[in-house]
Design a protein around this ligand. Structure first.
Ligand code: NAD
Length: 436
């Protein structure tokens, strides 16, 4: 099948490469010429496991190419929209200008029978509005929200938990759904559920999934606040809750909370859209979810300050992690960097390290100190903060080894990812989030 993928960021580049890897003929389109040049040369413009391998294979097979000209999308049977939908400057709603521009640019290249499949995360009602723009072209619009996790994007694209396709309830909609069914035949054959809905429900599934996941994380972080006040341990609490099959242990990791280019802006946009629909009160709890999440960053900073006896000015603090999560170089709304920036703001001599995100972090926050190697960050540190749970810190860093490098054996575990007993036994003052 011939496909175009419009927008080649974290979502689109992976989608294009994954679709080519299962035999489709794909062109990725992006307005960013630097990104297009990198992708066309087989270089992933961001860190994502397995992406380089897929790009190399796809380009070599001739089934994958990249272009900055929308005209090169012409002739594709399905056009996936994967452009960004960031938070509007100064507001909470989603900024739809990139989606609108992409659709306008695509219109002259559509043929009757083409399918435009929206993958970007958009406020409910967007798809119906865009479908109006397609009237007269003979092309049909479906909404096919994306649920991939950065760090697992290739895996999640090739073997998703489910595929959701929203379409208009008419013959064109039915035919467009069949085109998507063919596009995803490889996953469907291995048992991936393929759920067909109307346009609004498909858009809402994505918003609701993000709202639920964010709520689950903030729920356990709210319990961490209570555990702190009561002298309990939130990690043991989460283990005990997780054994309840109705609750489950996943997404009950307490710590400095969620970040990244999706969850924070998506729950805000979801609440903003609910307000527009006159149902703001139905998701008023999302404001609380957001507030709990942001409070954990304050708490992590406070733990460092307290552990250093209130004196952080001029103290050297090793910050392990910059990416918003491991296996990614994405620093968009990263809680890790937020903590680093705040500590720097208090006058600390902050040295950040990260296996993948240093370059992005340095560009965004040149005022911070950086060390390429973990051990260089640890050397002579008065305190250590783990803010991204990379294996290099969580699994591979022994308290004895770290103890030989630092000046002060103080560790703040912002992700509750370390064995507290082992660190204490090695003479460290260990502080977790919501742990005794
Ligand atoms: P991104 O910022 O990494 O990529 C967006 C890309 O779109 C950029 O490369 C940009 O240059 C390009 N673009 C903008 N306007 C364009 C236009 N008119 N024509 C062609 N290209 C254009 O963003 P992302 O993280 O890939 O997210 C894209 C969408 O997918 C968002 O709606 C996001 O919420 C959603 N999403 C992202 C993820 C994720 O994990 N990153 C997961 C699920 C859904």
């Amino acid at each position: 099948m011939r496909m175009s993928v419009i927008g080649c960021g974290y979502l689109g580049a992976v989608h294009a490469a994954a679709m080519a890897s299962i035999g489709h003929d794909v062109v990725g389109i992006d307005v960013d010429e630097g990104k297009v040049a990198a992708l066309a040369a087989g270089t992933a413009p961001f860190f994502e496991p397995r992406l380089t391998e897929l790009l190399t294979d796809g380009l070599a097979s001739g089934r994958l190419r990249f272009s900055s000209r929308m005209a090169d999308a012409a002739g594709a049977d399905v056009h996936f929209l994967a452009v960004g939908t960031p938070q509007t400057a100064g507001g909470h709603a989603a900024d739809l200008r990139y989606v609108d521009a992409a659709v306008e640019d695509l219109l002259p290249h559509l043929r009757p029978g083409d399918v435009v499949a929206g993958k970007s995360t958009v406020p409910v009602g967007t798809a119906a509005r865009l479908a109006e723009r397609l009237v007269g072209t003979g092309a049909a619009l479906v909404w096919n929200p994306e649920f991939l996790r950065e760090g697992w994007a290739v895996h999640d694209t090739l073997t998703p938990d489910r595929l959701v396709v929203g379409a208009a309830p008419d013959a064109d909609g039915d035919r467009a759904v069949d085109v998507l069914r063919e596009a995803y035949a490889a996953a469907i054959e291995t048992g991936t559920p393929f759920l067909v809905t109307d346009l609004a429900t498909a858009e809402l599934v994505k918003g609701a999934a993000n709202a639920f996941l964010a709520t689950k994380i903030s729920f356990i972080n709210a319990m961490a606040e209570i555990a702190e006040a009561a002298g309990a341990d939130v990690t043991l609490l989460a283990d005990a809750l997780g054994h309840d099959g109705r609750i489950g242990r996943r997404y009950l990791g307490s710590g400095i909370g969620f970040g990244g280019g999706c969850l924070p802006k998506d729950i805000r946009a979801f609440a903003a859209r609910a307000e527009e629909l006159g149902r703001g009160e139905a998701v008023g709890f999302l404001r609380e979810v957001d507030a709990i999440n942001l409070r954990r960053r304050d708490r992590a900073v406070q733990l460092v300050v307290d552990a250093l006896g209130g004196l952080v000015f001029g103290r050297r603090i090793a910050v392990l992690g910059a990416a918003f999560k491991p296996f990614s170089d994405d620093i968009r709304d990263s809680p890790a960097l937020d903590v680093a920036v705040r500590l720097r703001g208090l006058g600390a001599d902050v040295v950040v390290t990260d296996p993948a995100a240093i370059d992005n972090a340095r560009t965004a926050h040149p005022q911070l100190g950086y060390a390429q190697e973990r051990d260089d960050a640890l050397r002579e540190a008065d305190a250590v903060v783990i803010v991204t749970e990379w294996d290099e810190y969580r699994r591979d860093l022994s308290p004895a080894h770290a103890g030989g490098l630092v000046r002060g054996r103080i560790i703040i575990d912002g992700r509750n990812c370390l064995d507290a007993a082992a660190w204490r036994a090695a003479g460290w003052q260990y502080h977790g989030m919501g742990r005794r």
